[in-house]
Design a binder for this molecule. Structure first.
Ligand code: GRG
Length: 300
C-alpha cells in the first residue's frame, strides 16, 4: 500500500474521529435514564475503538458528493458504533467467548458483571435504531437506514454469523462455510457502513454496485487480516485483536491456507476491492475509500 494512502487515511481519521467522539458520552447519557447502565454503555463506547464503521460511512457519504451535517447525520452515523460496541460486549460475555480483556482493558462484564453487561449491549443495540430515526432526514431515508441495519445485524446477518460461530467450535468448517460465517458475522456490518453512506448521500441505487463490491471486499479483507494477526501479531497488536484458542484456530484463513496462502488471499481480496473502485460513476473520486485498504499490512 503506497505511503500516501496511509497518510490520507491517517489525516482523515485525525479530522473525523475527534469530531465524531466529542458529543458521544453526553448523547448516550441523555438517552439513558439509569446512571449505572449509562456508565456501562459509555465504558465500552469510550474504550478506544477505531471508529472504523462510522469513518467508512462518512467517507462514502463524501465520496458520493454528500455534505455531512452534524445535526442531521451524526446520530445515524454513530448508530453504527453503538451497534458494533454491543456486538463486542456480548461476544466477550462468559456465555460466549468469556474474554477478560478487550483492547487491553477489562471487558464490560469484568467491570460491571454479566447481567449489567448484557443490558449495556441491549441498550446500545436498541439505541442504535432510535438514533437512526431521531433526526430530520426524510422518512424514506430513515426507513432505508433502519431496514438496511436490521438486515445486516439480525438473524440473516451478524447474529446468524455468531450462531454459526458458536456451533463451529468442535467442527472444521469448509472454506465456503468459513466465508459465509465471516460474511455474516463481520462483513455484513461493514457492508452496511458503506450502504448507509450511499443512503445518506442520496446516491441513486442504480449506481450502488461498485461501492457495495468494494464494501464486501473490504469486509473479507478485514476478517482475513484479523485471522492473520492471530498468528503473527506482536504482543501490542494482540492487546487490540481478538485471540483465538487452538481449537478455534482451525476455522481461520491461515488454518485452511497456511500463513502464506492467507497473505495471498488478503492481497487478492484487496486487489478485487481496488478494482471495484475503478468502476465508480464519473466524477466520484475513489482515492479516500481506496486508502481504507491501508489498514491492512500485506507483508506479515
Ligand atoms: C454477539 C450478536 C453478537 C455478535 C458478535 C462482531 C462480532 C459478532 C464479534 C466480535 C468479535 C470478533 C472476533 C470479530 C472479528 C472482527 C473484529 C476483529 C472486530 C473488531 O473490530 P474493530 O477492529 O474493533 O473495528 P475496534 O476495537 O476498533 O472497535
Amino acid at each position: 500500500m503506497p505511503s500516501n494512502a496511509r497518510q490520507r487515511l491517517s489525516d482523515f481519521e485525525q479530522a473525523w474521529v475527534p469530531r465524531l467522539n466529542a458529543p458521544l458520552a453526553a448523547a448516550v447519557q441523555a438517552d439513558t435514564t439509569d446512571v449505572r447502565l449509562a456508565e456501562a454503555m459509555t465504558y465500552s463506547l469510550l474504550a478506544g475503538g477505531k471508529r472504523l464503521r462510522p469513518l467508512l460511512t462518512v467517507a462514502t457519504l463524501t465520496t458520493v458528493g454528500g455534505q455531512f451535517d452534524d445535526d442531521r447525520d451524526w446520530r445515524p452515523v454513530m448508530a453504527l458504533e453503538l451497534l458494533h460496541t454491543y456486538s463486542l460486549i456480548h461476544d466477550d460475555l462468559p456465555a460466549m467467548d468469556n474474554d477478560p480483556l478487550r483492547r487491553g482493558e477489562p471487558t464490560n462484564h469484568m467491570k460491571f458483571g454479566a447481567g449489567m453487561a448484557t443490558l449495556a449491549g441491549d441498550g446500545l443495540l436498541t439505541l442504535a435504531f432510535q438514533w437512526l430515526t431521531a433526526t430530520d432526514l426524510p422518512s424514506e431515508t430513515k426507513a432505508a437506514l433502519v431496514s438496511g441495519l436490521a438486515h445486516a445485524v439480525g438473524p440473516n446477518g451478524m447474529v446468524a454469523g455468531q450462531a454459526r460461530d458458536i456451533q463451529s467450535e468442535q467442527v472444521t468448517l469448509s472454506m465456503p462455510q468459513l466465508q459465509t460465517l465471516h460474511r455474516e458475522k463481520t462483513g455484513a456490518l461493514l457492508h452496511y457502513a458503506v450502504e448507509a453512506g450511499l443512503i445518506l448521500g442520496g446516491l441513486p441505487t442504480a449506481q450502488w454496485q461498485p461501492y457495495l463490491r468494494f464494501a464486501d471486499a473490504f469486509g473479507l479483507a478485514f476478517q482475513i487480516y484479523d485471522d492473520i494477526l492471530d498468528v503473527v501479531a506482536t504482543p501490542e497488536e494482540l492487546g487490540k485483536a481478538t485471540q483465538k484458542d487452538a481449537g478455534e484456530a482451525k476455522n481461520t484463513y491461515p488454518g485452511h491456507l497456511g500463513l502464506q496462502g492467507a497473505n495471498q488471499a488478503l492481497i487478492d481480496t484487496i486487489a478485487s476491492g481496488q478494482k471495484a473502485l475503478k468502476a465508480l460513476p464519473s466524477g466520484q473520486d475513489a482515492s479516500l475509500l481506496a486508502a481504507f485498504f491501508s489498514y491492512f499490512k500485506t507483508d506479515r
